[in-house]
Every structure is written in structure tokens, then in C-alpha cells.
Design a protein. Structure first.
Lengths: 458, 336
């Protein structure tokens, strides 16, 4: 029994590791591709060199990111078979096609035009090059759409039937793709990729402004990024709220775990907002709870007196690990509120014309550079751990989804993957920091600037 | 409306098409990667890197399509094959990540010594990838033990003579493709070297492939039947001979891409022979295409997408190739 459980834990850790690394890279790809699309559009429209300089500067970083992003995505296409073969047998007919469409409609679009986007400006001219940039940006968004449809189906299954042998089959593709949580998840995640990238660009620009407050390109980057933060942070909070209400309707025990609400408050007393608690799964209660009464109802039910289903209303074997979900949610929301504060402050400072010179603002932006991506990962922890103990919510348990691979192989490979990723990420971050230390210059070069001459006419 | 069997056949064909495309396209890249690991001259290594830099990403996407296709079209086969080949697959993915890192980051290296090390890593990673792919193929052909629709082996079946031999064959084959690619895409000393190596590798590749066919025929009665069936083996031998003769002849023409296409032709024939030997099995000895297929609704849904999107995909991928298809004249980089 113990070996089965540790193998299961290693398999889950492996999926968590591979997907966390990939999510950050993929989100940065989506955000960056769209940022680059806007920059190139501005350059084509206004014909000012500064946009092209910034475009090329970030294109170099984009090139490095996409390469590792693609390679880290490869393993995920196979993870379902490697570690979750029973899930693949049961739900392959539904999840598989969604992933297949992701590759065909999106991955190819991205990869096919990537070469031209990165290296082809001198080969194909600005207009066709802009088309390639748009193809990569749109491809990355379509890719997110399909993969989130697959994920959402596992969270809120719809449009399926079950065969006598327990396998799911597709009845209605429209209902499968647009299952009840997928529109919410798509909006919330897309905003997260854009917000995370904007926070990162703002942080990098602030770092450069701290060294040279006059740099025109760093200023433009800082300004653009903070516009995005100022607009998207509030939108993201609205989207998150709607997504939360959707979860409350469809996955009530997830929301109960988010709130660490073990028992329902008395009628009319309203849900408290727990600021601190150490949930105890054994005793089914919280230690050291610190809460503000009624505020929970405000965001959960949009009033001051209603309550939500509590954890004791569900069977014990059906509730997720409460502590992780509870704290991951607080981390996500806390960072979200900080990003909102940064966005609002930036508007105020912009109005006062002191945006680029206040050093504490620049320092805050540097410190908060990873905030968007950290919030995104915590959000994924909330939604994925919150779905436990199921892989297909309410229908297939995680313990019944795993492959029959020996424990040693799973554990050893999980550690090897972790080691490999730490090294790869370490090198990547080191190179990234080295590039970002030098701000974009006038007449910035593209990646492999000599490639066009070195590859002759065909 | 098409009958059920037709849909499964078409699904199998779509999957085979994806895998074949992957082998032809990324096989070439992997060959170039391995050659980079053993090339001394920095300018030549730069030329080799430039030749694959704009396209390797798209080539690797075919592997994602193969995985997604197997998962979606034949989920039972996917669920048996991957646990059975757990370690080769994981090593392949790690090697592919190292390869991506090496290829894209090599120009960030500040000294020529570091770049040399990076290119060595690229070579080793390409080797591990090719070896793993051959081993996967070999284990599949050798047969995967299945009980109640689930993998029932130890997970070490790949660690035996036949799969490892297949790994070796694929390594040599990919190297051959890589040299032919370089012959097409480069000039002067590098092209001369490539031509010499391409001719040198063609013999061993063909001999190894022939050995592989003979060895395969001893593994199972079905294989023996198919591989001694004249209707199958005669065209294979004829086409391989034609491709080999054309291969040697093509070096005298002005079409520098001709040797590569002859070599790719040999790979296509080999792949077709493998399909003909295994059919209707997808994971020998027990699992057939029919037995592992997903439902008709799923397969139809995907085939429609495949039929609509594949021509477009092929079109813009070809365009992407064409933009960067000229001869490479690598310049010396300050850091080389």
C-alpha cells in the first residue's frame, strides 16, 4: 500500500513539476508574443525607430524562452500516458482530441512562423514579418484555448457518455469544448499571462531605470507595461470573482477548502473572511484562526448574510487537502491586490509626472517583477489541488488514474526531471539577467543579425 | 458516410503520416546535432547551427502531433506503450530540452571554449534522443506484454539486444540524413566533408537496415510471413536499390538537394515496410488498430480537423523552409 502511495505521490509531483515549468514559459510566450505584436504594429504605424528597438530587444529574449517552452511542452503531451495511463484509457477519447487540435490549430501556427518572426525580417520584409508575428501571437492564444478546454473538461465534465466498461465517450463536442468552466478559465488565464508578462517587463524596465533614469527605451517599456497592469489588474479581479462564483456553483467543496470553512455559520451570520488559519485535516478544524466576520459573504455571495456549503457537508474522502488550497488562494489574491495597488499608484504618479523618477516606485516594481507569474502558479495550485481527490471531477479518482509503472522508475525519473529543470532554468535565468542588465539601445539588433546574409538566396 | 473500418484506417494513416514526417524532418536535425558535437572548426559548427536554427522548432512539433494523435486516436495503445517505455521516453524528453537550450543559447556563450562545450552537449543530447527513438521503435516491434488492456511487463524490456540495435541503426541513419542535409545547405570544405561522410555512411546504413529486416523476420510468425512475401519485399528491394543508385549518381548533378531526397526516400521505404509488417497491429503482439481505437465520434471529429488543417499547415511550413533554404556562408563570429 505504501509503495503504491509513494509512487502515486511521485507521479503527481512529476506532473506538477513539468507543468509548472511549462506554464510559466508558455504564459511568458503568450504575453510576450502579444506585446511584440503591439510593438511591431506601433512601429509600422508610426514609423518610429524606438518601437523597433524595443521589439528587437525583447525578441532576443523571446527566442530563448520559446525554445525551452516548446521542449518543455513536448513531455506534457506524453505525461498522460507515462504516468496517467488509466486516465488516458478512460478519458482519452475526450481529452486526446482537444490536445490534438491544440497541436494542429495552434502549435504548428506558432512553430511554423516562429523562424520567420525571429530571423526573417530581412528575408521577407516588414509586412509579411508582421503577419508572422501576428500568427505566432494568435497561435499562442488558440493553443491556450484548446488546452484550457481540456483542463476545464476535467474540472467540470460535460457532453460525455460512459460506456459499460467505464470509458468516457464524446456525445456533444460543443458541450465538451465550451463546458461550464472553460470560458471563465480561458479569460482568467489569458489575463494572467498578459498581466504576468507586463509585471515582468515593468520590473525589468524599472531595473534599467534605476541605473539610468533618462533611458528613453526603458521609460517607454515601463510606461507601456504599467498601462497594461493598471487596466488588467482590476479586470483580472473581476474575472477571478466570476470564476470563483462559477466554481462555487460547480465545485462547492473546492470553494469550501479555499475558505477553510469546516462548518456552516449560523443562519444569517454570514461567512467570515479568514486571514490566517492552519487547517487540520485530521481534526477537521482550523488552528489559530484569525477572521473578519461577514466579509467572506461579500465576495462569495455578494451580500453580508449568506453562507456557502461547508466541508463537513461532504464525504471525508471527497475533500481536497485544505491547507494547500487555503494558502495558495491567499497568496494569489494577496499578489493580485498588490498588482492592483501598483497599477493605481502608477496612474497617480503618471498624472503627477513623476512615474520614472521616484526610486521607491522603481524598487517596488523590480521586487514585484515575478508577482504575476507567482500568482498564476498559486492560482493553478488552487484549482488543481482543489479538484483532488479526482482527476475527472466527481467521476474518476486520482488513485484510479495512474499507470502501472514501478515505483523506482517513477521516483528516479521525477528527481532527474527536477534536477534537469533546475539546471536549465538556472542557466536560463542567468542568461536572462545578463541580457536585461544592458538596456535596449538605439539601433538594437535582432537575434542572429547576420543570419540573413549568411543564408543566401534560395 | 464512411464505414467504421475506413475511419480507423484513415486515423492510422494520419498517425503514420505524423510520425513519418517527424522522422524525416527532425531526424535530419538530430543528425546535424550529432555532427556538431564532433566538428572541430567553429565556423563550420556555426554554419551547421544556422542551417537548422530557423526550422527545428517546427520539426519537433511533429513529435507533439504524433503524441497527441496517438493519445486521441488510439488511447489504449498510448496507455500501454508509454508506461512500457517509461525510461527511454523520459530520457528522450530531457535530452530534447538540453538540445533546445544548447541550440538557442550557444550564441550567448562569451568564449569559444564554452561554445565548444555547448556544442558537445548538443551532440550528446541529439545522440540520446536518436538512440531513445530507435529503442522505442525496437521495443514496439519486439512486442509489449499486455494483460487486461494494461502494460504488464517490468519496464526494462527495452534493455535488450534488438531494441538497442534499432537505436544504433537509427543513430547511423540520422547521421546519414544529417550529412546529406549539410551537403545541400553548405559549400566549400564543409560541403566536401559532408559529401565524403554521406557516401561513407550510406553503405553501413543500408547494411544495418537489411540486417534489421532479417532480424525482425525472426521475431514473430506474422513478421516472417510479411517479410518473405514477394509482393511486399520485391518493391521494397527495388525501390531501395533505385534510391541508392540515384543517391550516388546525384552527387554529380547540380541539384545539391538530390542526395538528401534519395536518403529520405530510403527512410520512407523503410517506414512503409515497417507499417506493412506490423499492420493491423499497433502495439504487437496483442493490440490492433481496431482494438485500441477511440470511438467513431472522436476519430471523425479529428479526421475532419486533420483534413482541413493539414494542407494549410504543410503550406506554411514549406514556406518557412523556403525562406531559409539558401546556401549558408557562415561568417566568423567574434566569440567563435
Amino acid at each position: 500500500m505504501e509503495t503504491i502511495e509513494s509512487a502515486l505521490l511521485a507521479a503527481r509531483a512529476q506532473f506538477a513539476i513539468t507543468i509548472s515549468f511549462h506554464i510559466v514559459l508558455a504564459a511568458f510566450t503568450i504575453g510576450m508574443a502579444n506585446f511584440l505584436m503591439v510593438l511591431e504594429a506601433l512601429w509600422l504605424w508610426r514609423r518610429e525607430q524606438i518601437y523597433l528597438d524595443i521589439y528587437r530587444y525583447w525578441l532576443r529574449i523571446f527566442a530563448l524562452n520559446v525554445a525551452i517552452g516548446t521542449a518543455s511542452g513536448l513531455i506534457l503531451e506524453y505525461q498522460f500516458g507515462l504516468n496517467w495511463s488509466r486516465l488516458s484509457i478512460k478519458a482519452g477519447e475526450i481529452i486526446g482530441p482537444l490536445m490534438f487540435y491544440e497541436v494542429m490549430a495552434a502549435f504548428f501556427l506558432e512553430a511554423g512562423f516562429l523562424g520567420i518572426m525571429l530571423f526573417g525580417m530581412k528575408k521577407v520584409g516588414p509586412r509579411l514579418h508582421f503577419f508572422a508575428t501576428c500568427a505566432v501571437a494568435v497561435g499562442s492564444l488558440i493553443s491556450a484555448f484548446w488546452i484550457l478546454a481540456a483542463n476545464s473538461w476535467m474540472q467540470t465534465p460535460a457532453g460525455y457518455g460512459i460506456r459499460p466498461d467505464g470509458r468516457f465517450f464524446a456525445e456533444d463536442w460543443w458541450a465538451i469544448i465550451f463546458n461550464p468552466s472553460s470560458p471563465y478559465r480561458f479569460v482568467h488565464m489569458t489575463l494572467a499571462t498578459l498581466l504576468g508578462t507586463a509585471m515582468f517587463v515593468a520590473g525589468a524596465a524599472a531595473w534599467q531605470l534605476l541605473r539610468n533614469p533618462e533611458g528613453p527605451r526603458a521609460r517607454l517599456q515601463f510606461s507601456m507595461a504599467l498601462w497594461v497592469v493598471a487596466v488588467l489588474a482590476p479586470l483580472q479581479i473581476v474575472a477571478g470573482d466570476l470564476h470563483g462564483l462559477n466554481s462555487l456553483k460547480l465545485q462547492p467543496q473546492k470553494v469550501a477548502a479555499i475558505e477553510a470553512s469546516w462548518t456552516r455559520p449560523t443562519e444569517g451570520a454570514g461567512e467570515p473572511l479568514r486571514l490566517f488559519a492552519i487547517p487540520d485535516m485530521g481534526e477537521r478544524r482550523n488552528h489559530f484562526e484569525l477572521a473578519i466576520p461577514r466579509i467572506g459573504s461579500l465576495y462569495l455571495r455578494h451580500d453580508l448574510h449568506s453562507s456557502i456549503a461547508a466541508l463537513d457537508e461532504f464525504a471525508q474522502q471527497d475533500i481536497p487537502p485544505v491547507g494547500i488550497v487555503f494558502w495558495a488562494f491567499r497568496l494569489m489574491v494577496g499578489l493580485g491586490l498588490m498588482m492592483l495597488a501598483l497599477g493605481v499608484t502608477s496612474l497617480f504618479l503618471r498624472y503627477k509626472k513623476r512615474l520614472y523618477t521616484l526610486r521607491w516606485m522603481l524598487r517596488c516594481s523590480v521586487v514585484m517583477a515575478p508577482a504575476g507569474f507567482v500568482a498564476m502558479i498559486s492560482g493553478w495550485v488552487v484549482t488543481e489541488v482543489g479538484r483532488q481527490p479526482f482527476t475527472v471531477y466527481g467521476l474518476l479518482r486520482t488513485a484510479e488514474s495512474a499507470s502501472s509503472v514501478s515505483r523506482q522508475q517513477v521516483v528516479a525519473s521525477t528527481f532527474s526531471i527536477l534536477g534537469c529543470y533546475v539546471v536549465v532554468f538556472g542557466i536560463g535565468l542567468w542568461v536572462l539577467a545578463r541580457i536585461l542588465r544592458k538596456p535596449a539601445i538605439d539601433g538594437e539588433l535582432e537575434p542572429q543579425p547576420t543570419l540573413a546574409q549568411e543564408i543566401g538566396k534560395s | 458516410m464512411l464505414g467504421v473500418d475506413w475511419i480507423i484506417l484513415l486515423s492510422g494513416a494520419a498517425l503514420a503520416f505524423s510520425v513519418l514526417n517527424y522522422v524525416l524532418l527532425d531526424g535530419t536535425d538530430l543528425g546535424v546535432g550529432m555532427l556538431m558535437g564532433v566538428t572541430h572548426c567553429p565556423v563550420q559548427r556555426r554554419a551547421m547551427a544556422l542551417s537548422i536554427l530557423p526550422i527545428w522548432d517546427a520539426n519537433e512539433t511533429w513529435l507533439v502531433l504524433g503524441g497527441g494523435g496517438l493519445f486521441a486516436l488510439f488511447p489504449m495503445a498510448y496507455a500501454v506503450l508509454l508506461p512500457a517505455l517509461y525510461l527511454p521516453f523520459i530520457s528522450m524528453f530531457m535530452a530534447l530540452i538540453v538540445r533546445a537550450l544548447a541550440l538557442e543559447f550557444r550564441d550567448q556563450a562569451s568564449r569559444s571554449g564554452i561554445k565548444r562545450v555547448i556544442d558537445r552537449c548538443l551532440g550528446v543530447a541529439s545522440f540520446i534522443t536518436s538512440m531513445s527513438q530507435g529503442t522505442v521503435l525496437g521495443t514496439l516491434v519486439q512486442g509489449v506484454p499486455v494483460q487486461d488492456g494494461r502494460f504488464a511487463g517490468s519496464g526494462w524490456e527495452w534493455l535488450s539486444a534488438f531494441p538497442l540495435f534499432c537505436g544504433g541503426v537509427l543513430v547511423v541513419g540520422y547521421l546519414w540524413l544529417g550529412t546529406c542535409w549539410l551537403y545541400w545547405r553548405t559549400e566549400n570544405p564543409l560541403q566536401h566533408n559532408a559529401a565524403r561522410l554521406a557516401k561513407l555512411l550510406s553503405g553501413p546504413t543500408l547494411i544495418l537496415l537489411a540486417t534489421l529486416v532479417v532480424w525482425t523476420s525472426t521475431l514473430a510468425p506474422q513478421y516472417a510471413d510479411r517479410l518473405t512475401n514477394l509482393a511486399i519485399i520485391a518493391p521494397v528491394v527495388a525501390l531501395t536499390l533505385i534510391a541508392s543508385v540515384l543517391f550516388f549518381f546525384s552527387f554529380r548533378t547540380r541539384q545539391d538537394c538530390a542526395p538528401l531526397f534519395c536518403a529520405l526516400g530510403v527512410f520512407v521505404v523503410g517506414f512503409a515496410l515497417m507499417v506493412a509488417t506490423l499492420f493491423p497491429l499497433i502495439v504487437p503482439p496483442d493490440l490492433t488498430l481496431l482494438g485500441t481505437a477511440s470511438g467513431q465520434a472522436s476519430q471523425q471529429f479529428m479526421l475532419i480537423g486533420f483534413a482541413l488543417l493539414m494542407p494549410v499547415t504543410l503550406f506554411y511550413n514549406t514556406y518557412g523552409f523556403k525562406v531559409f533554404s539558401g546556401k549558408i556562408r557562415a561568417q566568423k563570429n567574434d566569440r567563435d
